[in-house]
Design a protein around this ligand. Structure first.
Ligand code: AHR
Length: 654
């Protein structure tokens, strides 16, 4: 079918024909079902970038709690009177343990020796809420007890607990207190009272109010924002973080499970990646590890989608690869991961899952082999993984990368190869200008219906340029994504999954823009892009049905994009229309293929004349959906599509 855009491009439309296009007539035929929609269709991409995990969703408030950062006292400051001989010494056990360092504190005078932790750009503390302090410690000599003071920006006390210490074996000590005030930039002072020598490790502070009130858990406001999206899947842990800058710093899931104090901290690969935003204090404690990712997926109703390192480090960095004849360890990691997620509690890894608190399987069905890899080296390695995994777990569907771009040399090399290999799912990434998203709204209309399925695994419209510090989460970008997504949805027989990327950004600790959700130590908000994702996720439907505009697919005529689905469970027709033009459009949607309809439809609308509008901490909902009710005229839904708007209509079929 030739669309308006192609006719226009070919110069086939005269000015009078153009004018004839000005009164659009939408037709939706609810009984003309084109394809079912996968449960996984709209999901979440999670990566520990921009302080997404440590300093973000992982609610630990202490930075460098185990002194394992390259500079062991980064984040800590000694407090003592001038010339006081008390001191701190960092000791390395040197015994191959995952947490080799600890601190020996020698308190020579009772004048007040302390350590201050600055948190992740401060600690976000909420008045009247309870906090749990904990520490691993042993007394080597003397008599020392701890006083923990939480202080605000002017050193005023906002919380205190005392922790007596006894015994010369390592023990966990705890203390709880209620904060007396709210403070975004609190610090924690640990005072060592008395004199003597004690050794300490894993100094930690958590709010009691975490997601589901789990001790040592996740920030509830951030998880709630995810849950509200009703995501079909959760991709984790990235992203380039899977690859590491070099193989040594790749993500190894086995080091992220079991007791937190035994998880080996490593540098975060985004630490000093970008000159525009150096974050040398960015490490991965793995307090949010693979068990917690699976649990999070389950909590928010998302299918877990781990991405595993395939023996390749980031190709934008070192490009290191493991030799093909030394891939066994990597492949075994993948096989063991499936056992960890799904295996019986008698199996080695299934048993660990049960010991961690989840005897029931996590129902892993999807696994990504490598992140954003490219080239022959990837194909060679992918084949080794696919052979081993398919032999043991044929039911697990594998995701193959198609490189970092949606077109060009790297993409054109991999795409036919993976199609000829009959790969399950291909992961396409698009970080492109808003115009690209509009032009690509019919990208999948002509894809092979019998080939591999598509995972739009990472995408975001870039207002300036990829990885520019000046990108904005503005309405223009979000609207172009909404328009593009009508094409993903229309082609749900080919496109099985899609996720915006990256997900989170800390207002001070970010490296990459744009991002779906911004937060600081106390607040969080969804961007316009977030609301677009949420409107798709909460209006997913079960089947794509026919929708046309003047008898053509709705993919750009007069700046209009649209698609319709039905929800066979709630018995509703759901219509999404994006008006990317600067003109209001008055029209109607003829609803065919239905016996009877409810007298009124609901509409959720995102609109603004200002394409540069973005949300902010001061105005977190500057651009957020409004709700309307529209009376039907028989089987016709009158619609007024505001300039620059995205609307979702729902009509009940009676
Ligand atoms: O989303 C940010 C980065 O973009 C991801 O880590 C990587 O996969 C892509 O290049």
């Amino acid at each position: 079918m030739r669309t308006f855009a192609t006719l226009l491009a070919a110069g086939c439309l005269s000015a009078s024909q153009l004018l004839a296009q000005t009164t659009p007539v939408f037709t939706v035929n609810a009984s003309q079902i084109n394809t079912p929609i996968q449960q996984t269709m709209w999901g979440i991409f999670f990566e520990d970038i921009n302080f997404g995990a440590d300093g973000g969703i992982y609610a630990e408030l202490v930075k460098n709690r185990s002194f394992e950062f390259a500079a062991p006292l980064m984040g800590w400051k000694e407090q003592k009177p001038k010339n006081d001989p008390s001191n701190i010494l960092i000791i390395n056990r040197g015994d191959q343990s995952n947490n080799p360092r600890y601190a020996r504190i020698t308190v020579r005078t009772p004048n007040g020796y302390g350590l201050t932790n600055e948190g992740f750009r401060g600690m976000g503390i909420k008045g009247n809420e309870q906090y749990d302090f904990s520490i691993l410690a042993r007394v080597v000599e003397g008599n020392v007890k701890l006083r923990v003071d939480l202080v605000d920006g002017t050193n005023g006390a906002i919380g205190r607990t005392s922790v007596p210490l006894d015994g010369n074996t390592w023990k966990k000590y705890t203390g709880t207190f209620t904060a007396s005030a709210t403070e975004a930039k609190a610090k924690m002072n640990v005072w060592f009272e008395g004199t003597g020598i004690i050794e300490v490790d894993m100094i930690s502070l958590f709010p009691q109010k975490t997601w589901k009130n789990r001790p040592g858990g996740l920030r509830p406001d951030l998880v709630q924002l995810l849950a509200d999206m009703k995501p079909g899947f959760l991709r984790f842990p990235g992203g380039c973080i899977v690859e590491g800058r070099e193989l040594d710093t790749r993500y190894q899931w086995k080091k992220t499970v079991g007791p937190v104090e035994d998880r080996e901290l490593i540098v975060n690969r985004w630490n000093t990646e970008f000159r525009h935003k150096l974050t040398p204090d960015y490490y991965q404690s793995f307090g949010l590890g693979f068990y917690e990712y699976f649990l999070l997926s389950e909590d928010i109703g998302a299918s877990p989608l781990p991405i595993i390192n395939c023996g390749m480090a980031c190709q934008f960095n070192s490009s290191e690869v493991a030799p093909l004849d030394a891939l066994d360890e990597y492949v075994q990691d993948a096989l063991d991961l499936i056992e960890f997620a799904n295996g019986s509690t008698d199996s080695k890894w299934g048993k660990l899952r049960a010991q961690m608190g989840h005897p029931a399987p996590f129902n892993l069905k999807l696994l990504g082999i490598g992140n954003e890899q490219w080239g022959e080296q990837y194909v060679d390695r992918y084949k080794v993984f696919a052979k081993a995994i398919k032999a043991k777990y044929p039911e697990v569907r594998l995701i193959s990368a198609l490189g970092p771009n949606p077109d060009g040399e790297l993409f054109d090399y991999l795409n036919p190869i993976f199609r000829s290999l009959k790969a399950d799912i291909l992961d396409e990434h698009y970080y492109r200008a808003p115009e690209w998203f509009l032009k690509q709204a019919n990208r999948y209309d002509n894809y092979d219906r019998n080939g591999p399925k598509i995972f739009a695994g990472e995408y975001a419209a870039q207002s300036k340029a990829v990885a520019s510090a000046d990108n904005s989460n503005n309405w223009q970008c979000a609207m172009s994504e909404a328009a593009f997504m009508t094409g993903l949805e229309r082609n749900a027989d080919v496109v099985h999954m899609a996720s915006y990327a990256p997900l989170f950004a800390h207002a001070e600790g970010w490296q990459w823009t744009p991002d779906l959700i911004w937060f600081n130590n106390l607040q969080s908000y969804g961007t316009p892009n977030y609301y677009v994702q949420k409107m798709y996720g909460t209006n997913k439907g079960t089947h794509v049905v026919s929708m046309t505009l003047n008898k053509e697919t709705v993919a750009g005529q007069q700046g209009l994009y649209g698609n319709a689905v039905i929800d066979s469970v709630s018995k509703e027709v759901i219509i999404k229309i994006v008006n990317t033009s600067d003109k209001a459009v008055t029209s109607e949607v003829a609803l065919e293929g239905v016996k009877k309809l409810a007298p009124a439809a609901t509409a959720e609308v995102l609109k603004n004349d200002n394409l540069q509008l973005a949300n902010s901490f001061a105005q977190p909902a500057a651009l957020s959906p409004s709700q309307e009710t529209i009376k039907l005229k028989g089987k016709k839904l009158p619609v007024t599509l505001a300039p620059y708007s995205f609307q979702v209509f729902r009509v009940k079929m009676l």
